[in-house]
Ligand binder design. Structure first.
Ligand code: NAD
Length: 497
């Protein structure tokens, strides 16, 4: 594959039909470090046609499940072989630290292994008792067909794997469209799928913009399912575009995730230190560009001054820089657009009465030519502020307070989203009570951010539709079929005839 042949259709690497290209910037210094093909409608249609043919006439949907699982395991091995190279590429493309890039590759390998195991365990049908020995009734699962997979820029490879691994495990064919800002590791992953032996036409990729490439995938009648991860406004467009052809739609959208801290969690020095440390981690890892970022700290009033003071002190000490440099803890934002958006949110919060306790500006000096923004803590926030209601997707933490458990839970649920949230408390009864009442797809008790491939991930409310990972993450890519066999057919005589 040459530098600009990043479109893979029917087993061949190509440039865009129009010849257009796009420059990929290193967000640490805003310089061009790769050039990819800028696909359009023609490329998208060709990719869908290849996936359609591979599904309707190819061997993959009918390949024995053990062989499909073996291929997924091979992909996991190849990812580990190329761990350094791909981890570095992800770090550079998305602006995360090299260590985060490596961890992402490990998590991607885990996803491929998990779905290999799951599909082996769930490959059989379910026999249903039809109430007669003359009837054999069984429910089997079949692939949905051609899947359109659309992914965002913050975890490009990981989000791709949560879709590609179950789609392939179930026997589908697909066209993936990675974010135009960070397409490089997804292109690398498709190369590994080819190396692992996936038949031509099963895995196709079109690099290019949301509109036209993503929009065309969402509307095209030959696509059976669209699985989208990204922002709320693009997600609603995808859903509308998919409606005319009534394709299956799975959406993983944004979040405005509460981190609810009760004073009893900080009753000891160790408890206090842990809760502050994890609040920093919740809000600022990957510069807050995480769908489940704990961007709303909701803290018991009596704890506020001490907690926020310490949090702000530590936030100021976070070491920003290029993700590949030793000692760097946080990289830049992914793009100028994201940087400007973050600045706008902070300005609007201050205009609405928030009190700046840390950050609030770009860092100054050499080495910060890219899209850097200092970790920011905004105190005295309230539910009517834009910064509290909308997803910033930058290193901005807002602080709200509560006096009673009831009030804390109400604040934590006061969002149109419902992706994830945490409760910090030393009281086990309260922990379970509050966890039960939080309207979010993932609830952490005395922790923040971990996920497990075997546990469903997804959101309540406007955080999306459907689930990735876990058994539901595989079910998304399968159709249930009831096969009812009459072993002794005879006339029913409903019509006298
Ligand atoms: P985005 O919505 O701008 O883009 C996501 C993808 O959709 C990109 O590939 C983009 O090109 C494509 N796209 C844009 N317009 C489209 C259209 N009209 N039709 C089809 N595709 C279109 O999101 P982003 O800025 O790349 O990513 C950040 C967002 O993703 C945040 O809101 C974040 O919360 C969300 N996200 C959610 C999860 C989750 O698991 N719920 C995970 C990661 C990111």
């Amino acid at each position: 594959m040459s530098a600009q042949q990043t479109i893979h259709v029917g087993g061949e690497w190509r440039a865009a039909a129009s010849g257009a290209t796009r420059e990929i910037l290193d967000p640490a210094d805003a310089t061009v470090f790769a050039v990819v093909a800028e696909g359009g409608t023609e490329d998208t249609d060709a990719a869908i046609a290849a996936a359609r043919t591979a599904f309707d006439q190819g061997e993959w949907p009918r390949t024995p499940v053990a062989e499909r699982a073996a291929l997924l395991r091979r992909v996991a091995e190849l990812l580990q072989r190329d761990r350094e190279e791909i981890g570095l590429l992800e770090s550079r493309d998305a602006g995360k630290t090299l260590e985060e890039g490596r961890v992402d590759v490990d998590c991607v390998s885990d996803a491929f292994r998990y779905f290999a195991d799951l599909v082996m365990n769930e490959s059989g049908g379910r026999v249903v008792d039809a109430g007669s020995e003359e009837i054999h009734s069984v429910v089997v699962h079949e692939p949905v067909g051609v899947c359109a997979l659309i992914t965002p820029w913050n975890y490009p490879l990981l989000q791709a794997s949560w879709k590609i691994a179950p789609a392939l495990a179930a026997g589908n064919t697909f066209v993936i469209k990675p974010s135009e800002i960070t397409p490089l590791t997804t292109v690398a992953l498709i190369e590994l799928l080819v190396e692992a032996g996936l038949p031509a036409g099963v895995a196709n990729i079109v690099t290019g913009a949301g509109d036209p490439v993503g929009a065309r995938l969402a509307e095209h009648p030959d696509v059976d399912l669209v699985s989208f991860t990204g922002g709320l406004s693009s997600g609603t467009k995808v859903m509308r575009a998919a409606a005319d052809s009534v394709k299956k739609v799975a959406l993983e959208l944004g979040g405005k995730n509460p981190n609810l801290v009760f004073a009893d969690a900080c009753g000891t020095e160790e408890g206090f230190d842990t809760a502050v440390d994890q609040a920093l981690n919740a809000a600022f890892i990957h510069s807050g560009q995480v769908c489940s970022a704990g961007s709303r700290l909701i803290i018991e009033e009596s704890l506020r001054e001490r907690f926020v003071g310490e949090l702000a002190r530590r936030a100021e000490k976070i070491r920003l820089g290029r993700g590949t440099e030793t000692g760097v803890e946080c990289g830049p934002l992914v793009s100028r657009q994201q940087l400007v958006k973050t600045e706008d949110y902070v300005a609007s919060a201050l205009a609405e009465g928030a009190v700046l306790r840390a950050g609030g500006a770009r860092p100054e000096g050499e080495g910060y030519e890219g899209y850097f923004y200092r970790p920011t803590v905004l105190d005295q926030c309230h539910r009517d502020m834009r910064v509290v209601r909308e997803e910033v997707f930058g290193p901005v933490l807002t602080v709200e307070t509560f006096r009673t458990e009831e009030e804390g839970v109400a604040l934590a649920n006061d969002t149109e989203y419902g992706l994830a949230g945490a409760v910090w408390t030393a009281d086990p009864g309260r922990a379970r009570r509050v966890a039960g009442r939080l309207r979010h797809g993932t609830v952490w008790i005395n922790d923040f951010h971990p996920y497990l491939p075997q546990a469903e991930w997804g959101g309540f409310g406007k955080s999306g539709i459907g689930r990735e990972l876990g058994p539901a993450g595989l079910a998304e890519y399968r159709e249930a079929k009831h096969i009812y066999q009459n072993l002794a057919p005879r006339p029913v005589r409903w019509f006298a005839g």
